[in-house]
Write a protein that binds this ligand. Structure first.
Ligand SMILES: NC(=O)c1ccc[n+]([C@@H]2O[C@H](COP(=O)([O-])OP(=O)(O)OC[C@H]3O[C@@H](n4cnc5c(N)ncnc54)[C@H](OP(=O)(O)O)[C@@H]3O)[C@@H](O)[C@H]2O)c1
Length: 557
């Protein structure tokens, strides 16, 4: 609590103290003079309130002291101790008043209250209402539990005085004497207030958990942060009117320490700003192994998923490569839901903006999805570098602020032109607009030229690979040179489906799954495309079996 705020809270307590002294004197004096038993009982109640006010002032002074070496979490818990002490004092007062009322009923002794007691009770009620409202407003404004507790006490006192007023008035209007019953009721009221103070005080001292609703709200807000896959542990404890939270969150194990730290920072800031009463959230990050995906490391250290989604007919009318773009993202969102995190597009597919739209629509964090795009050498004007850059810039606009992997789609027959384009890609890579760069459809000779003429080696070579054209030679060359081979068209054309089906029977897998698994086992990334939900799921469900060498020999021959 700020120093200025604690001063204002103390002022309210001092006013309460003065009013309580005044009320005690008035009630006891006039209760005795006008022979009103209920006014006298109420006077003893106010006497206890003086103790309450003094205790609260003392508590506020201690509880608002700044944290020190011996009390690094501050002194707020002293409020709990005071609550308990005051609770016991008020409990005794309530017991005394109630006992007195009960004895009067049993012994049938009555003392007739005079009319003047009505005026006194009315004045007392006004004063009580004044401090009750003052405390209530203060409690709301400064969010202080002691003020809140005190305002509850004042409100219950106001009710007590109201009962007194009614009972004395009733006697003088109808002759009905109920003051001893009212004394008993007042006693019960006071005991009830004492019990609620005791309960609240205890909750401050025993690290009670906040409500289930609050727990659920915090859990939901943590899960909203992109990158948080799961919550492994969530504990909360009340620290007087604040809350401390301990959380263990799960993030992908392939993320860098920096990224994992950034995610935990986001969770920390989000929770502490969303919930004003959360004093601190401590976050521990657990690495979570992606059960449904295998990853491969590029030569720049970046890990990418080994199964991706081809998209060359996505977002187009009739699912035709040449079809008009309709911006339909349904297959992409389906792919994300099915676990695909590597997406393959290209300028030539005309659907980079469809990919960009899907990235905005999905709840999955942008840094969890790897987008590949490509620029072809075909049709480029190598005498106007700016025109080439304009095309690349448009890719960036369409996909979003950055692209994970950018490839030269098709090589030029002239190695010099490939090198010019490659150097442009390097520029963007160094500016962090691309996280990785590579080529596509390059043969051994074209790759060798780039390797020999550039300091940056391509990280990927995307080439056709399926049973009709395995492209074994270039794949071997890539693996030897630390360039990840990526197979386009991995499922088409496939002339030997029967053989693959036969192999798949042992594993309860389809011909397509056997083929994709084969590529994975030899270190080739695959990007099969499917518009169909079942086939999308089938193509990514290939991490729970391993082909034997005999299977591989059969497939390759
Ligand atoms: N770099 C390049 O020069 C280049 C060239 C071509 C393609 N590519 C990229 O590579 C991606 C994949 O290549 P691709 O689309 O040509 O061929 P593909 O993925 O090998 O095959 C796609 C065809 O196979 C079907 N299919 C998918 N999964 C299947 C399964 N489990 N069982 C039976 N049939 C299945 C699909 O039909 P349904 O949709 O009905 O499931 C679709 O007709 C392209 O989308 C594109 O992103 C790159």
């Amino acid at each position: 609590m700020k120093q200025s705020t604690s001063k204002q809270v103390l002022t309210i307590f001092y006013i309460s103290l003065i009013v309580n002294i005044l009320l005690t004197v008035i009630k006891l004096t006039f209760g005795y003079l006008y022979k009103s038993q209920s006014l006298l009982s109420d006077g003893f109640n106010s006497l206890a309130d003086i103790l309450v006010s003094m205790g609260l002032i003392l508590t506020m002074k201690i509880a608002t002291k700044a944290p020190d070496f011996d009390h690094p979490y501050g002194h707020q818990k002293y409020e709990g101790v005071t609550f308990l002490t005051l609770g016991f004092v008020i409990l005794l007062t309530g017991g005394f008043i109630g006992y007195d009322g009960l004895m009067t009923i049993i012994n049938k002794t009555t003392s007739i209250p005079s009319k003047e007691a009505i005026i006194v009770a009315s004045a007392v009620l006004m004063l009580k209402l004044f401090v009750a409202i003052l405390n209530y407003k203060g409690a709301k404004k400064y969010n202080t539990p002691t003020l809140k507790a005190d305002s509850v006490n004042h409100i219950s006192d106001a009710f007590v005085t109201l009962f007194v007023l009614i009972s004395v008035a009733l006697y003088h209007l109808t002759g009905l004497y109920i003051e001893h019953i009212v004394s008993l009721i007042i006693g019960i009221f006071v005991i009830k207030t004492a019990l609620s103070l005791l309960k609240e005080g205890l909750s401050y001292l025993v690290d009670e958990v906040p409500s289930v609703e609050f727990y659920d709200q915090v859990r939901d807000e943590i899960l909203k942060i992109p990158g948080v896959i799961q919550i492994d542990m969530l504990k909360m404890r009340k620290h007087v009117n604040y809350i401390y939270i301990d959380a263990e969150i799960g993030v992908h194990d392939y993320l860098s320490l920096k990224k994992a730290h950034d995610i935990s920072e986001k969770v920390h800031d989000h929770i502490e700003t969303t919930f004003e009463n959360v004093l601190h959230i401590m976050i521990h990050v657990n690495p979570v192994k992606e059960k449904d995906m295998e990853y491969i490391k590029l030569n720049n250290g970046m890990l990418i998923p080994m199964v991706g989604m081809g998209t060359n007919t996505f977002g187009k009318i009739g699912n035709e490569f040449g079809g008009e773009i309709n911006m339909d993202t349904k297959e992409l969102l389906m792919a994300y839901d099915n676990g695909y995190r590597l997406i393959d597009t290209a300028i030539m597919y005309r659907n980079e903006a469809v990919i960009g739209k899907s990235l905005k629509e999905t709840k999955i964090g942008r840094d969890e999805i790897f987008v590949t795009s490509k620029i072809s050498t075909k049709g480029l004007d190598f005498n106007h570098i700016e025109s080439i850059k304009n095309k690349i810039d448009q890719s960036l606009v369409d996909v979003g602020s950055y692209i994970d992997i950018y490839l030269i789609h098709h090589p030029s027959e002239k190695n010099e032109e490939n090198l010019i384009l490659w150097n442009i890609l390097i520029e963007y890579y160094k500016e962090n607009k691309f996280k990785a760069i590579g080529v596509s459809n390059f043969n051994v000779e074209q790759l060798t030229y780039l390797i020999n003429h550039s300091k940056v080696k391509p990280m990927i070579n995307q080439i056709e690979s399926n049973p009709s054209r395995w492209n074994h030679e270039i794949i071997k060359f890539c693996i030897k040179n630390d360039i990840v081979p990526e197979a386009w068209g991995p499922l088409d054309p496939v002339p030997n489906k029967d053989l693959l089906l036969e192999i798949g029977k042992k594993y309860n897998k389809s011909w397509a799954q056997v083929l994709l698994r084969y590529q994975l086992q030899r270190g080739v990334v695959v990007i099969p495309k499917s518009h169909n939900n079942m086939r999308q799921q089938e193509n990514i469900n290939i991490f729970d079996f391993r082909l034997t060498q005999a299977d591989i020999d059969l497939i390759e021959n």
